[in-house]
Design a protein around this ligand. Structure first.
Ligand code: PLP
Length: 395
């Protein structure tokens, strides 16, 4: 049995995998078991943002492993606490963080914290989410996800999430009642097709939350950690949330998640309200501390420069190929809406050595490492253009 047959036999069929058996990965490239090299414009779904096997991250991981890997959250780990300090300082003038293992867990924590805040302030529990959103695969985060196709077999769902229209403030207003406690939103809907939130809408949402004593939760699991060109995507909007969640690229490849809360609700949890055996694992925290050191002002400037370059290259393709209906996104989190399903283009690119992804059937998604070079952007565009030409000639 080869590795693909074994996967089929032993692993649950939850992932429709591409035809690539990974042998190694370094920087912006992945090699398969036959030695073929691929340019990675997906970064493991925005996880290896600093490139695969980033040297300072690995050094930090090894150093931590030489001391200890796990001690449980019933004792103090300086690595974990240092990370907490660094995260809070980057987010709020005063706040607190809960460290988890994944994005869904970070959002679960945010949801539970909002529930606790609501419990303490008049028994409120309803959370407003948005159509087309994605917040994770646990039961509560699925219930918070505004894509009904995911809900079908999970019913009855965790109550009480309601869905407003993205970028429509009136639709949010209509959903607020005495039981509403929070609003959760992605500033860029990653899984939902790379739609971005309007500045005016987010500013109005902040005001609406303040007026109604609601917590504003930003899910920055995919768009945070520098991907938007700022450390947090919300820095592009000039306002702050009450809770922000991070995960994916926090530890550049190791599992880690965080819910960071500002002073309005940071103290809502008391001992025993929440926990996790592995949450904030010291090895992952060491990786995250190394990653955070890299993401400084100079690094973010380069991300903005690269994103402008990528955009220009996409715009040029957009003018040439009628297949391209819209180009959208933020920073190095970009989508190209096609007039046809994107599956075949993704397969064509893979065969030619470029890894991209398709979401929502017709949206090509590009999440290159933030350390990508212009030369490698050119290489990706060359392959993508070949694919577009091929698809156009087929029609
Ligand atoms: N939130 C957003 C915006 C995401 O994009 C994802 C994953 O794609 C999640 C939450 C869930 O994260 P995880 O898969 O680490 O649980």
């Amino acid at each position: 049995m080869n590795i693909i047959q074994k996967e089929n036999k032993y692993l649950m069929h939850t992932y429709k995998r591409n035809n690539l058996v990974v042998k190694k990965a370094k920087g912006s490239f992945i090699w398969d078991d036959k030695g073929k090299k691929y340019l990675d414009f997906f970064s493991g779904i925005s996880v290896c943002n600093l490139g695969h096997c980033n040297e300072s991250v690995i050094k930090s991981i090894k150093k931590q492993l030489d001391s200890y890997a796990h001690v449980s959250n019933l004792y103090y780990s300086s690595t974990q606490i240092e990370l907490g300090e660094e995260l809070v300082k980057r987010t709020f003038s005063a706040g607190k963080v809960f460290l988890a293992n994944s994005g869904a867990e970070a959002n679960e924590c945010a949801i539970k914290l909002a529930r606790k805040f609501g419990y303490n302030s008049g028994g409120r529990y309803e959370i407003i989410s948005f159509e087309n959103s994605f917040h994770g695969r646990t039961m509560a985060t699925m219930a918070a996800t505004g894509q009904m196709q995911f809900h079908e077999y999970l019913k009855p769902l965790q109550e009480k999430f309601v869905f407003a229209q993205y970028n429509n403030i009136d639709s949010v207003k209509r959903l607020i009642n005495k039981k509403t406690v929070a609003v959760i939103i992605e500033l860029v809907q990653g899984e939902g097709g790379l739609f971005t939130a309007d500045k005016k809408f987010i500013k109005e949402l902040r005001l609406l939350c303040d007026k109604n004593n609601l917590l504003l939760i930003f899910d920055e699991i995919q768009c945070g950690m520098g991907r938007s060109g700022k450390f947090y995507a919300f820095e592009n909007y000039g306002i702050k949330p009450d809770i922000v969640t991070l995960a994916k690229s926090m530890a550049n490849g190791l599992p880690l998640g965080a819910a960071i809360a500002g002073k309005k609700c940071a103290e809502a949890f008391t001992y025993g309200d929440h926990g996790s055996t592995f949450g904030g694992n010291p090895v992952s925290c060491a990786a995250a501390l190394a990653a955070l050191k890299i993401i400084n002002v100079g690094f973010l400037k380069k991300v903005v420069d690269l994103s402008k370059y990528l955009n220009l290259r996409f715009e040029a393709l957009g003018k040439k190929y009628l297949l391209i209906k819209e180009i959208r996104g933020m920073g190095l989190m970009m989508g190209i809406e096609l007039g046809v399903p994107g599956k075949e283009i993704v397969s064509y690119c893979l065969k030619k050595g470029l890894i991209i992804n398709c979401t929502h059937d017709t949206v090509l998604r590009f999440l290159p490492p933030l350390t990508i070079t212009k030369k490698n952007i050119d290489l990706a565009i060359k392959i993508l253009e070949e694919a577009l030409k091929w698809q156009t000639s087929k029609k």
